[in-house]
Design a protein around this ligand. Structure first.
Ligand SMILES: [Zn+2]
Length: 68
């Protein structure tokens, strides 16, 4: 896991969307989960990436995003 490219996906967190701030730490390596020091929430590693959006919503949303 490259923690420096991850960010907190919690909408209520002031550190949301900010990478390389030192607030993201490994929580469970086997489960690929990380924890944010700012809000204390854990999240899946793939959740903070475009891949998660792609996997969760399919290619249709990606096409919309590219069209913006
Ligand atoms: Zn957070």
């Amino acid at each position: 896991m490259n923690l420096q490219t991850l960010f907190c996906p919690n909408y209520a967190c002031p550190a949301r969307g900010q990478v390389n701030q030192g607030n993201i730490h490994a929580h469970s390596v086997p489960e690929k989960r990380c924890r944010c020091d700012v809000c204390g929430k854990t999240f899946s590693v793939t959740k903070g990436t475009l891949f998660y959006r792609y996997a969760a919503h399919g290619s249709r949303d990606v096409g919309v995003a590219v069209g913006i």
